[in-house]
Design a protein around this ligand. Structure first.
Ligand code: ZN
Length: 341
């Protein structure tokens, strides 16, 4: 069985789980899974809704029943573990708990096999050893359940109250693998506590708070309320809303509105002009005159805007005059198709 470790990146808000085949010989690690801090929220919500706890209880009961009996029953547990791994699917929290419980069971099982203890030949001492093995498995199950319950509780109050025990927890599980990369590795072989405690500590270090996405209503971690979660679809919604807001702001601005209206009008005329089939030279003449007109109008508007002078008849008639000028230009240019040929 390979060893499991994880690293935390507080800046990317990511947790990576690695597998080591042999720690003493090779220090090379393979990435087993990667998930975000937000996924920790989703996984704890999923844990509450799913049947993870019930299924963990079932496999634990079987372990207690079969730890000290013949080999075939042991295979049953291995099969069930594989089946549950598939069922637990993407909930890495649940899969990790399962892996830790199984590891504990396997260690106790190996211990009993090593001592040659089987149900059929029990005396006082072997009975005591068997009971001890069972209580180790049972305690591990309880410890895992308590840790997940604690995470769920934190999640339910948006991680606003992180238990003090998190900051006082024993750092014995820290394993510094590669100091050059300053990537601290934490063991996930014996307990789920490191994952939960280090995660909670990092929320504190990163000053991360929980917000609700305006689009999908899922919760996400951020330093400030940015409206939307990092999901691509929600980010697209955010861009859409931003564009809408900009449009609205622009509309609100009546000065800009004036020049926009004229600009739209000249664009429509240009489109009509191209439909008449005139040459590019003619279009260029139109473009040059249009740009100069728009420039004049914008300059005129800005003299009003700069001193917050209200729009008056003078300005309106100036714009109308420029508009008429462009219209006259369009009329004469659109007739040039015939003369060109
Ligand atoms: Zn979202």
């Amino acid at each position: 069985m390979s060893d499991l470790f994880f690293t935390v990146d507080v800046f990317k808000k990511e947790i990576s789980i690695f597998k080591f085949s042999s720690l003493t010989v090779h220090h090379e690690k393979t990435l087993a899974s990667k998930f975000t801090f937000d996924d920790m929220i989703y996984m704890s919500e999923d844990y509450v809704k799913g049947e993870y706890q019930k299924k963990m209880q079932e496999i634990c009961n079987l372990m207690l029943k079969y730890v000290d009996i013949e080999k075939s029953k042991n295979e049953k547990i291995t099969d069930l573990k594989v089946q549950l791994e598939t069922e637990f699917g993407k909930n890495i929290l649940a899969i990790t708990c399962l892996s830790i419980l199984f590891r504990t069971y396997q260690a106790q099982r190996d211990h009993l096999v090593h001592l040659g203890i089987f149900k059929a030949f029990k005396d006082g001492i072997t009975k005591k050893i068997t009971l001890e093995a069972k209580s180790i498995i049972e305690n591990k199950f309880k410890e895992l359940t308590d840790a997940i319950d604690m995470l769920i509780k934190c999640s339910e109050n948006n991680f606003q109250q992180i238990p003090e025990s998190t900051f006082m927890s024993d750092n014995g599980y820290i394993f510094e693998c590669n100091k050059r990369q300053i990537s601290m590795l934490y063991s996930l072989n014996e307990s789920i506590d490191p994952l939960i405690h280090i995660f909670l500590t990092n929320l504190f270090i990163g000053n991360l708070k929980v917000f609700t996405c305006k689009n999908c209503r899922k919760r996400y971690f951020s330093n400030t309320d940015v409206g939307y979660c990092p999901d691509i679809k929600c980010q697209e919604e955010k861009d859409k809303e931003l564009r809408k807001k900009n449009r609205m702001n622009r509309k609100k601005n009546e000065y800009t509105n004036l020049s926009d209206t004229l600009s739209n009008y000249t664009r429509q005329l240009k489109y009509k002009l191209t439909l008449t089939g005139v040459s590019e030279d003619v279009i260029a003449v139109y473009d040059a005159e249009k740009s100069s007109c728009l420039y004049n109008v914008k300059m005129q508007i800005s003299t009003y805007q700069d001193c917050e002078r209200p729009i008056d008849d003078d300005l309106i008639s100036y714009i109308e005059e420029q508009k008429g000028h462009i219209k006259a230009l369009y009329d004469s240019l659109s007739k040039q198709k015939g003369t060109e040929q």
